[in-house]
Design a protein around this ligand. Structure first.
Ligand code: CTP
Length: 410
C-alpha cells in the first residue's frame, strides 16, 4: 500500500502497566498496513519508553505539545487521523477525555479528532466500578466513542477481577472493524444484544457426546461486529473454549449442552434488545446418561441410543419476547430447496429474520467465509455475497438495527 493511502491511526497510550501490551497492538496495526503515530502520556513513558514506540511505529514519537510547535502538533495529529485508539486508557485519561481537558498532547489530540475514537480501559476493579469512572464512560459512549469493556482476570499484583486490558489482537479486531465502517457514531450504542455461538454437545457417558461441526466462527464474528458498533454483547458460547480467542469487550458465557445454552440465553434475553441464535443446537439428546463409561462386551451388540427432543430455544425466545420490540434472529443451514425451506422455517420459528446458509464445501462449518440470504418475516430478502463471515455479521446488524423501535424508516 502506498504511504498516502494507508489509514492513519493515532495510538494513544496512557500510564498503566498494560502499556506494554500496546506494543503488540502497534505491531498488528503497522504490519497490516496502517500508518501509526504513537502518542504516549508522560506517565505511559514510565512503563514503556519513547525509543520502543518510535522503533515499532517507524515514526517519531511526540509526547508533549511543546516540541515542534511550528507544526502545531496538538491540532494536526488529531485532525489528520482516521482512527484514534487509546490503549490502555486509565481512569484518569477517561476522566480528562469525558471533561474535555487538554493538558497534554494526547488529550489535545482527542479534542481535535473528528474520526472514530476507541478507548480500551485497563485499571483495578475498584477504579473501573467507581461511579465517577462509570459516568465518564457513559459520557464518552453517548458522544460516539467505542469504550471496550475491560476483561476479567489477573490484574497487577495479586488481585483478580474486571479491569484487564483485553488481548491486543482482539483490540486490533475492534479497530479494524471501526475503521472499515468509518462512521463516528456507532449505531448499536446503548443496546444489549445476545448472540449464541458454537455447537452444543449432549453427553452419552463421561467420555462421549453427540455433537456437531459448528466452529462458532459466525457467532464470534457477530459478537465482534456488535461490540465494535457499540453494543453491550452477551456471547453464549457452546464448546468453543481454546479454539477461538475471546472477543474484546464481550461478556462470554461458556456452555456445553442445549439445556445450558437455553438457560443462559433466556437469562440474558431478559434485558436484550436483540437475540441472535447462531449456535448449532442439538435437536435431540440421549434419553439416558450413563454415569460410567459404556463398555463394549464381547459377543454382544451395543444397546441402541434412545434420543429425546430438546426444546427449541429460537421458537421459545421468538414466542415469549422478553421485551417489547425485541428483535430475534435465527440461522438455518440447508442443503436442498434452500429458499423454500428457509421461508417455512422462518414461519415455524416465529423469528423476525432468518439467515439461510447453503451448506457447501468452502462455506459454513469451520470456514472463514460464508454466503447467505437473510429472509425477513416482513417478506424481505437480503442476499449476502460470498465473503468473510464479518460481512454476514454486519448485514445482520444492519437489518436488526433497522427493526429496532424508533429506527429511521426507508
Ligand atoms: N435452534 C434452537 N433450538 C434448537 C434447535 C435449533 O434454538 N433445539 C435454533 C438454532 O440456533 C438456529 C435455528 O434454530 O438458529 C436452526 O433451526 P433448526 O430447525 O434446528 O435447523 P436445522 O437443524 O437446519 O433444522 P432441521 O433439522 O429441521 O432442518
Amino acid at each position: 500500500m502506498n504511504k498516502a493511502a494507508r489509514p492513519r491511526v493515532v495510538l494513544g497510550v496512557s500510564g498503566g502497566i498494560a502499556a506494554y501490551k500496546a506494543c503488540e497492538l502497534l505491531r498488528r496495526l503497522t504490519e497490516s498496513g496502517h500508518d501509526v503515530r504513537v502518542v504516549p502520556t508522560a506517565s505511559a513513558l514510565h512503563f514503556v519508553g519513547a525509543a520502543t514506540w518510535s522503533a515499532l511505529s517507524g515514526q517519531p514519537v511526540a509526547t508533549e505539545v511543546w516540541s515542534d510547535v511550528h507544526e502545531v502538533p496538538h491540532v494536526r495529529i488529531g485532525q489528520g487521523a482516521d482512527l484514534v485508539v487509546v490503549a490502555p486508557a486509565t481512569a484518569d485519561l477517561l476522566a480528562k477525555a469525558a471533561h474535555g481537558l487538554a493538558d497534554d498532547l494526547l488529550t489535545n489530540t482527542l479534542l481535535t479528532a473528528r474520526c472514530p475514537v476507541v478507548f480500551a480501559p485497563a485499571m483495578h476493579t475498584e477504579m473501573w466500578e467507581h461511579p465517577a469512572t462509570q459516568e465518564n464512560v457513559a459520557t464518552l459512549r453517548r458522544r460516539g466513542a467505542v469504550v471496550v469493556e475491560p476483561a476479567v482476570g489477573r490484574l497487577t499484583g495479586v488481585d483478580t477481577g474486571k479491569g484487564r486490558l483485553p488481548d491486543p489482537g482482539e483490540i486490533y479486531e475492534v479497530c479494524r472493524r471501526v475503521l472499515a465502517r468509518g462512521v463516528r457514531e456507532p449505531d448499536l450504542t446503548g443496546r444489549h444484544v445476545v448472540v449464541s455461538a458454537g455447537g452444543t454437545r449432549e453427553p452419552l457417558d463421561p467420555v462421549r457426546f453427540l455433537g456437531n461441526r459448528s466452529s462458532g466462527k459466525q457467532g464470534y464474528a457477530l459478537a465482534r461486529s456488535a461490540a465494535a458498533r457499540g453494543a453491550r454483547v452477551t456471547l453464549v458460547a457452546a464448546n468453543t473454549a481454546g479454539a477461538l480467542s475471546d472477543p474484546a469487550g464481550v461478556d462470554l458465557v461458556p456452555v456445553g449442552t442445549a439445556a445450558e445454552l437455553r438457560e443462559a440465553v433466556l437469562a440474558a434475553a431478559a434485558t436484550a434488545d436483540a437475540v441472535v441464535m447462531a449456535a448449532a443446537v442439538a435437536d435431540f439428546r440421549p434419553a439416558a446418561y450413563a454415569p460410567g463409561k459404556i463398555k463394549k462386551r464381547d459377543g454382544q451388540e451395543p444397546d441402541p441410543i434412545v434420543l429425546v427432543r430438546n426444546p427449541d430455544i429460537l421458537a421459545e425466545v421468538s414466542r415469549d419476547r422478553a421485551r417489547p420490540g425485541q428483535v430475534v434472529v435465527g440461522f438455518a443451514a440447508e442443503t436442498d430447496d434452500v429458499l423454500d425451506n428457509g421461508r417455512a422455517k422462518l414461519r415455524s420459528k416465529g423469528c423476525d429474520l432468518l439467515v439461510v446458509n447453503e451448506v457447501g464445501e468452502r462455506k459454513t462449518f469451520g470456514a472463514d467465509e460464508n454466503e447467505a440470504v437473510v429472509l425477513g418475516a416482513d417478506g424481505t430478502l437480503t442476499p449476502v455475497p460470498f465473503g468473510p463471515k464479518d460481512a454476514v455479521a454486519d448485514t445482520v446488524w444492519d437489518l436488526v438495527a433497522a427493526r429496532f423501535p424508533g429506527a429511521p424508516t426507508g
